[in-house]
Design a protein around this ligand. Structure first.
Ligand code: SF4
Length: 314
């Protein structure tokens, strides 16, 4: 990827499943993260709002890249490797924030310069989706935007408010529902551990998240486990819960069990194979639900089935 006539502004993030995609940064940073220059901060910036657990883009204030610059990069990369690229990922954190017309022009140029292109994907926030109509999203789908990745994190409004997600569960369902009506495939991410270890809160977070996934019924859903390491005290302070700590393996397994147990939608490809999880689950709902629950129960009874701590990572 590097070595192509593309000027990347680090850090660049992409979903694990986009490892073989050519990345174009159409925006920089994330529009949900509010940062301010601060010469006294080690990073040079102070975060003023946005998802409390997120460290991505903290040194990169949000902005849209000039369209002419993006299109020139697409032209140059097309001239260099045009016949070899089948997948493109549009970065950074919520490329769908761009206007529909601008995204349509970018998609048109991509498919013109990469004749073998089969899919274009990007991250999207619930807010991005709520700013577009079903008709706009349908035009994007027809122009070749094939799938969006949305971090819904939780379906529990109390958790969403505490982490400053900027959207409620009902807004998640509304926004992702628009994408579904438009025919856009969706890969949704939820985060175990956001509510902390209190069993009642953990269960509420899990079951509410399961119900939101059920209501949206995306093509893919995956669970991550929150790992904050040395940032635990500041996260506890941000979410206003001095008792907050990361989950133990048994608590995380119980939380994902509660989540799966309430999921009734059919056809979701469910995964917890991200490196942050102690147990890698992979199955299609509802066909594999009983097996997934049995796997969790087996791991709850035998810690040897868990991923060793030193292999976990975000
Ligand atoms: S929307 Fe994503 S990238 Fe943006 S602040 Fe939240 S977690 Fe970070």
């Amino acid at each position: 990827m590097y070595g192509l006539p593309i000027r990347y502004v680090d850090p660049v993030y992409r979903p694990p499943s986009e490892a073989r995609s050519l990345i174009f940064q159409v925006t920089l940073g994330c529009s949900n993260l509010r940062t301010k220059r601060d010469p006294d901060s080690p990073t040079g910036y102070r975060v003023q709002g946005g998802c409390a657990f997120c460290v991505a883009y903290q040194t990169k204030p949000f902005r849209a890249r000039p369209e002419a610059e993006v299109l020139a990069e697409v032209d140059a990369a097309g001239a260099a490797v045009g016949g070899r690229v089948e997948r493109v990922f549009l970065a950074d954190g919520d490329a769908l924030v761009l206007s529909t017309e601008r995204l349509l022009r970018i998609l048109e140029r991509l498919y013109a310069r990469f004749p073998k292109l089969q899919r274009v994907t990007c991250y999207a926030s619930p807010q991005n989706l709520l700013h577009k109509t079903v008709e706009e999203l349908r035009r994007l789908r027809e122009a070749g935007l094939t799938m969006i990745y949305v971090g819904i994190e939780s379906g529990d409004d109390e958790v969403l408010r505490r982490i400053d997600k900027g959207a409620t569960a009902a807004q998640m369902v509304e926004g992702c529902g628009r994408a579904k009506q438009a025919g856009l495939a969706q890969s949704l991410t939820v985060i175990l551990g956001l509510a902390g270890p209190d069993p009642a809160r953990s269960r509420k977070h899990a079951e509410a998240t399961g119900r939101v996934l059920d209501a949206i019924a995306p093509e893919y859903a995956s669970a991550l486990t929150l790992m904050l390491e040395e940032r635990v005290p500041s996260f506890a302070e941000q979410v206003g819960d001095p008792g907050w700590r990361e989950l133990t393996p048994a608590e995380a397994l119980q939380e994902i069990r509660w989540l799966l147990a309430v999921l009734d939608a059919d056809g979701i490809e469910f995964r917890s194979n991200h490196a942050s999880n102690w147990l890698a689950l992979k199955g299609r709902l509802q066909a594999d639900k009983a097996r997934l629950l049995r796997q969790i129960d087996a791991a709850l009874g035998d810690p040897r089935l868990l991923r060793p701590e030193f292999l976990r990572a975000l």
